[in-house]
Write a protein that binds this ligand. Structure first.
Ligand code: PLP
Length: 379
């Protein structure tokens, strides 16, 4: 299918024409674990469902199209997707990681890869020059989150990818917060995009999944090999749910972004709030870059309470429509306390989060109701 088609069209039609034998308008859910062979080694492209599954193949092809990649590889979770990329690292290798990376990413890199002698250097990726100055002869890649979790910092993906390439390494972008609807890192120069499909791609808090999209032949070979050899693959039903979520990604993002913009303005004017972190605010240090690099500012909003940790924890307890829960990116709005929840694993590390910080994942509810909820919770 021509990639000149619009995003919404591709999300609904790319790699998923009506079924040739039945006319069914959505891809079939193929539960088979194995596939008949006409003769030894002669089959229709599938021999065992860990290695390849038709429902997964459709999702991999759709996601690759949406991110502008030649190949897609789906995994059982975002962490399994990250792990498949990091498996290319060897003892003695180094990587650069954002100084406010998702806590689970830090845990995987510092504790699992750290154990086998891979070192990680936290870097302020809002300063692209820091990438060059922190790069060591042993550095193999820079890991980018933009906007980052939970501080919503914006990194210049094009500039960082250029530096990484000049220095002979890879630029890998976790595009979970932005989604390909708002930002396409591969077109900006990145080598691979990683997703927690659990978030906006699935969009309904009912599936855990992950994906890596890339056009780099060496990465494709590594990812295909790890996917099959380590076997952290998603079930066909999980793939079906993400595929279904993708069809409404564009409209969900539009409304969630506009709700988030209204909420960030409300919070910015609230006397209990000392700082709002949302790239859509003109006061955000990454605002101009986000405007250039993204098609919208996203639907994640973090804010700092003047009253400190106790007030932050109490505010999170008091909201009624904003459910107090981990995760993000679905139709329902969520609130969480990163220091004690999603980012507890970075406590006392260089990535430790301000305990007065709260993070919102803004959903699709009526924005007036969301504001009333925050207003009563903030007191
Ligand atoms: N990347 C980001 C930015 C995340 O927020 C998360 C989870 O919260 C992950 C990766 C990991 O994804 P999963 O929970 O699907 O393993």
């Amino acid at each position: 299918m021509s990639s000149a088609l619009g995003f919404e069209t591709l999300a609904i039609h790319a790699a998923q024409p009506p079924d040739a034998s039945t006319g069914a308008v959505i891809p079939a859910l193929h539960l088979a674990t194995t596939y008949a062979q006409e003769a030894v080694g002669q089959h229709k492209g599938f021999d065992y469902s860990r290695t390849g599954n038709p429902t997964r193949s459709v999702l991999e092809a759709t996601l690759a199209t949406l991110e502008g990649a030649t190949r897609g590889f789906c995994f059982a979770s975002g962490m399994a997707a990250e792990d498949a990329v990091l498996r290319g690292l060897r003892p003695g290798d180094n990587l650069l990681i954002p100084n406010d990376a998702y806590g689970g990413t830090w845990r995987l890199i510092a504790r699992v890869y750290g154990e086998i002698g891979v070192s990680a250097t936290p870097v302020d990726l809002t300063r692209s020059d820091a990438v060059a100055s922190q790069w060591k002869p042993s550095t193999k890649l820079v890991w980018v989150e933009s906007p980052s979790n939970p501080l919503l910092q914006v990194a210049d993906i094009g500039a960082i990818a250029e530096i990484a390439h000049e220095l002979g390494g890879w630029c890998i972008v976790d595009n979970t917060f932005a989604t390909p609807y708002l930002q396409r890192p591969l077109l900006l120069g990145a080598d691979a995009v990683v997703h927690s499909a659990t978030k906006y791609l699935g969009g309904h808090s009912d599936v855990v999944g992950g994906a890596v999209l890339t056009s780099d032949p060496a990465l494709c070979e590594q990812l295909g090999f790890i996917q099959n050899s380590a076997g952290a693959v998603p079930s066909p039903f999980d793939c079906y749910l993400v595929q279904r979520g993708l069809k409404t990604l564009a409209v969900r993002m539009e409304r969630q972004c506009s709700n988030a913009a209204v909420i960030s303005d409300f919070l910015a004017g609230h006397p209990a709030v000392s700082r709002v972190l949302y790239p859509g605010l003109a006061s955000h240090p990454g605002h101009a870059l986000a405007r250039r690099q993204m098609g919208g500012f996203g639907a994640m909003v973090s804010f700092v309470l003047k009253g400190g940790e106790a007030v932050a924890v109490e505010t999170a307890r008091r909201t009624k429509l904003f459910t107090l829960a981990e995760s993000l990116g679905a139709v329902e709005s969520l609130i969480e306390h990163p220091a004690r929840m999603t980012h507890a694993s970075v406590a006392s590390s260089p990535l430790a989060v301000d305990p007065a910080l709260l993070r919102l994942s803004v959903g699709l509810e009526s924005v007036g109701d969301l504001i009333s909820d925050l207003s009563q919770a903030l007191g």
